[in-house]
Ligand binder design. Structure first.
Ligand code: SF4
Length: 184
């Protein structure tokens, strides 16, 4: 039976290799990359027009890691902080899954149904646009614009979402002030 005390106990955690024990614990030797054995799907970062390549690692249908694609000629395995955090956006227990509403002069958020929230947004946009839409300037020039509503996008809006926002708000409703925190 192996000596479990003194030097014997200490050395049992070391791996014997040609040339003698190495200063590496068995636990370290047996560790593998968390992406070992995953299914890899090649994709493109959704967040901006640079189009960095990403590798989506899944195990049993669940995403376990998202990293830069070393074979992409765009980013060669690198990702900016936003792209590198894609996994946290997708898999995150803190992610909000309900619409929240704070009433005028309210001091707390209330959970509301998505239908109610969407109805409120649509109602307020329509009322504001109806009240302030300008078809022509005083000199007769046609402008068809609405300068009383603005849109400020966030970094996690995807390319497709930004396209739809621009198409609906600008082309559809005549809103001019459309901005996004991420500009590339
Ligand atoms: S957000 Fe960052 S990682 Fe994503 S495509 Fe743009 S530059 Fe690349």
């Amino acid at each position: 039976m192996a000596d479990q005390s003194g030097p014997g106990r200490f050395l049992k955690n070391f791996v014997v290799r040609p040339g003698g024990p190495q200063p590496t614990s068995r636990e370290s030797v047996e560790k593998v990359a968390r992406t070992r054995g995953t299914t890899v799907t090649r994709s493109v970062c959704p967040y901006c027009g640079v189009g960095c390549g990403q590798l989506i690692h899944t195990r049993e249908g669940k995403i376990v890691e998202i990293e830069g694609d070393p074979e992409s000629p765009i980013n060669r395995g690198t990702l900016c902080p936003k792209g590198a955090a894609t996994f946290q956006y997708v898999v995150n227990p803190l992610r909000q899954t309900h619409a929240l509403y704070r009433r005028p002069f309210g001091d707390r958020w209330e959970t509301v149904s998505l239908d109610w929230a969407m109805g409120q947004i649509a109602r307020r946009i329509k009322d504001t646009r109806d009240a302030t839409f300008v078809e022509r300037l005083p000199d007769g020039q046609v402008v068809n614009h609405c300068t009383s509503i603005a849109s400020l996008g966030g970094a996690t809006l995807e390319v497709e979402e930004n396209y739809l926002i621009k198409k609906l708000l600008n082309g559809g409703l005549g809103i001019l002030s459309i901005e996004n925190q991420a500009r590339i």
